[in-house]
Every structure is written in structure tokens, then in C-alpha cells.
Design a protein around this ligand. Sequence first.
Ligand SMILES: Cc1cc2nc3c(=O)[nH]c(=O)nc-3n(C[C@H](O)[C@H](O)[C@H](O)COP(=O)(O)OP(=O)(O)OC[C@H]3O[C@@H](n4cnc5c(N)ncnc54)[C@H](O)[C@@H]3O)c2cc1C
Ligand code: FES
Length: 290
Amino acid sequence: MSVETLEPNCRPAFEFVEASIEKHRPIAKDTCQLTFAAPNLASRAVPGQFFMVRIAGQNDPLIGRALAMYDMHRDAAGQPHSVSVVYTVKGKFTQALARRNAGDRVEVWGPLGNGFSTEPIDHLILVAGGVGQTPMLTLASAALGLAAYGEKQVSTPFAKKVTLCYGARTREYLAGLDDFERVCSEVRIATDDGSLGHHGRVTDILKDVLSGSNSRCRIACCGPEPMMEAVSEVASSFGVACEVSLETPMACGIGICFTCVAKVKQEDGQWDYQRTCIEGPVFAADKIFW
Ligand SMILES: Cc1cc2nc3c(=O)[nH]c(=O)nc-3n(C[C@H](O)[C@H](O)[C@H](O)COP(=O)(O)OP(=O)(O)OC[C@H]3O[C@@H](n4cnc5c(N)ncnc54)[C@H](O)[C@@H]3O)c2cc1C
Ligand code: FES
């Protein structure tokens, strides 16, 4: 089933599909990768966009949950075919999702939101905390011209180097390391307990990377809000542009309910509420009232 929908402000249409789960596997502690077949969504989503997901035929939880695109897969003919999401098992929805198997169905609408900037830059530094690594794989691939995403399906590299700074509680929670090592120019790890990489915070390795880089840098960041605020402060102290992908709880994902608003600075120095699902989830870090 596929229902095409056009938003009132004439942004590109998103689609609602009932998709079959193709693969579902654990990739780290309490963390799973789920791949669903949805060629129309796979051919349109760009890095940083997300999908709203529900379990088909189940009304509890009633409200869908936002999950960022982790990867896009092509069929034997090279056409976009399926999408992977990665989630941490936490509450009602993710516990129920973790019990689904290949062949079960999910309801998905998207792709939603704005995605990360693709302005050319020398060195793109990705900073991820916990499951905030999810939107970074396609961003790294797109930045280095290794894959094409979105309507145009043209791969145009926009960074010469991509470094991932990835922080997690322990090494068991690091998800998709093989994927990131395959795609990124460099992967730097920080764990709270020192079980892998730097013993400490992801901001420590970010400062190290920024201190050692002579090129023009931009940061793209996703993770828990206190971590994104700390990354934003580091970026500002180094005078480096930073984008953050907010994970504000949301109900509709399509701009109607206003459950997802964030306080965003305006040109006149005042602030206004903006919808994370429409104006975001990616915002300039220095525009957010943390
Ligand atoms: C744009 C966007 C993209 C997102 N992308 C991702 C993604 O790629 N991957 C991902 O995993 N999430 C992502 N999220 C968050 C996701 O939408 C859900 O909020 C999250 O998966 C939790 O849903 P849930 O129903 O399992 O938890 P809920 O039942 O809704 O619980 C709400 C919150 O309470 C806390 N909580 C509930 N139960 C527990 C528990 N037993 N232990 C600890 N804490 C608990 C959690 O912090 C949880 O977030 C994204 C959110 C946004 C807005
Ligand atoms: S989630 Fe409904 S307006 Fe953003």
C-alpha cells in the first residue's frame, strides 16, 4: 500500500507505506538494525532525514516513533530498494519492535525533515553519542561521494575528509563500527569506562581532532541533548560551524501537532518555537536555546 501526501507548504511529498521487514538483527547491546523494503522511500531520503514508524496492525503504542535513516540498500539492478534504521531498545515502542521478525510488517511515513547541509567543506567532523550515530553513516557516504541519495540519485562529494568521533557508555554499545570504518576517513572512539578508545567524553576527542586540523571544518552532531550542547560550546570556542540533529519527542512527524517544537533564535535576537519535524531535525547549533 502506498498513499502519496502533499504538505500544505508544498514541500516535497512524503509517502505512507506498509513495508515488510527484510532483516532484523542485534548490532550492539540493546541496539538493533531493522531493514524494510520500501523502494519509493529509499529513492528519496537524504542523510539526516527520518521516518515515522508504527507496528502494522497494532494500536499500542498508537503514536509512531521517529527513526533516522541509517542506510539505504539497492537491488540487483542498482535501484534503491530498502532502508535500514537502527534503534536502542528503551520504552514501549522499541520493546515491541524488538519482538518483530523478518516478514512482519511496519507502517512507515517519510522521508521527513530537512537533512544535513551538503555545502562543500574540507573536513567534515561527525560527532555521535549513543544511538546518535544512526544518521552519520549515510552522511559520511554522501560527503565522500561513495553513494547517492535523494531524488537526483547523483553522487557529488562535498568533503575531502570525514572523521567520526563516536562516544558510548562502553564498547558493547558501539553500533555499526565496521560500517563506519569502511566509509569514514577516520574513526575516533570514546567510552565512559575506557573499554575502547579514549577513556572519557566524546568532546575530548573532538577538541583533539579540531586542534590537529588545519583545514576548514564543519561539525555534524547527534546524540543526547547535554552532549550536543557541550559539542556546540566546543564548536563555538574553535569558531567552527556546527549542525545538530535534535531528537525532540514527536507525535505526527508532518507538522500538524506541534509536539516537537524547539526554542530557536531568530534574526532579531528573539526566539521562536520551530517544529523539529519540519524546520529540523537539523539546526545550526548556535541557533538553539539549550
Ligand atoms: C528526528 C528523530 C530521529 C530519531 N532517530 C532515532 C534513531 O535513529 N534511533 C533511536 O533509537 N531513536 C531515535 N529517535 C528517538 C525515537 O523516536 C524514540 O523516542 C525512542 O526510540 C524511544 O521510543 P520508545 O517508545 O521505545 O520509548 P518511550 O516509551 O516513548 O519512552 C520515552 C523515553 O523514556 C525513556 N525510557 C522509557 N523506558 C525506558 C527504559 N526502560 N529505560 C530507559 N529509558 C526509558 C527513554 O529515554 C525514552 O526515550 C529519534 C527521534 C527523533 C525526533
Ligand atoms: S511532530 Fe507533529 S508537528 Fe512535529
